[in-house]
Design a binder for this molecule. Structure first.
Ligand code: ADP
Ligand code: MG
Length: 235
């Protein structure tokens, strides 16, 4: 476990993002410690997805700085940023993120194959992760041949397979019924927690936020509150 004094793994400083005249982020600063799980909540349109995308190097902020470890993400070219995302970050989105024509094990193996791993090694690692997520034996199925909850577990396996520094999830259970959604979120928080992987998750579900160690609430493009959770209190 990292001690509370470890330097932050991810820093966003004074992030601003405008869409035309709409201010999506207005001077947001946040520091995230290694191993922390941060839930981002707030009303629709408050800037949650924009913040996640800026922190994850998907969207360049108009001003401000994003730093992952020693790398200043906000100063990288588009190509370097996509490489950093591929190699050092994991993503779980609402749906539609798995390649429909590939079986689950190849979907999971993809980040390793793109990083140059051997096919056999990547598939072995993929099977290991599928097993950890309760999907042993389902590696040959295509996403369309699985339930929504199973497909999201495949997406979690793919987000974890290359041991990313941070996993980002934007309303990962938004397309699932509540019970399945809670199951998937519990799997996501325990999986990242057990491997010490930092998690940043946007959710509208207080119960989901309660499984995280920190809750950041946005209002009108700014941080409204930011507190550590001791467990059970946000539910
Ligand atoms: P949230 O995820 O909290 O619902 P977003 O970060 O998606 O909020 O959006 C913040 C604000 O920016 C909203 O007013 C939204 O309409 C606007 N916005 C987001 N993305 C775009 C875009 N691509 N083009 C124009 N406006 C956008
Ligand atoms: Mg959003």
């Amino acid at each position: 476990m990292d001690s509370p004094t470890s330097p932050p793994v991810l820093i966003g400083r004074d992030l601003t993002k405008l869409y035309g005249s709409v201010r999506a982020l207005s001077g947001v600063s946040i520091e995230i410690s290694p191993g922390e799980s941060t839930a981002i909540m707030g009303p629709s349109g408050s800037g949650k997805s924009t913040l996640l995308q800026c922190l994850a190097g998907i969207l360049p902020p108009d001003s401000g700085r994003v730093q992952l470890g020693d790398t200043v993400v906000s100063e990288l070219s588009d190509a370097r940023r996509s490489r950093l995302r591929r190699e050092r970050l994991g993503f779980v989105f609402q749906d539609g993120q798995l390649l429909p024509e590939l079986p689950a094990n190849e979907n999971v193996a993809l980040p390793l194959l793109l990083a140059g791993s051997s096919r056999a090694g990547a598939l072995r690692a993929a099977e290991h992760w599928l097993e950890r997520l309760g999907l042993a034996g389902l590696g040959g199925r295509r996403p369309g041949e699985m339930s929504g909850g199973q497909a999201q577990r495949v997406a979690i396996a793919r987000a974890m397979v290359h041991s990313p520094a941070v996993v980002f999830a934007d309303e990962p259970t938004g397309a699932l019924d509540q019970a399945t959604g809670h199951e998937v979120m519990q799997i996501l928080t325990t999986t990242t927690g057990m491997s010490g992987t930092t998690l940043v998750v946007v959710t509208h579900d207080r119960k989901v936020a309660g499984w995280c160690s920190r809750l950041v609430e946005l209002r009108d493009a700014m941080i409204h509150s930011d507190r550590l959770l001791t467990g059970g209190e946000a539910g």
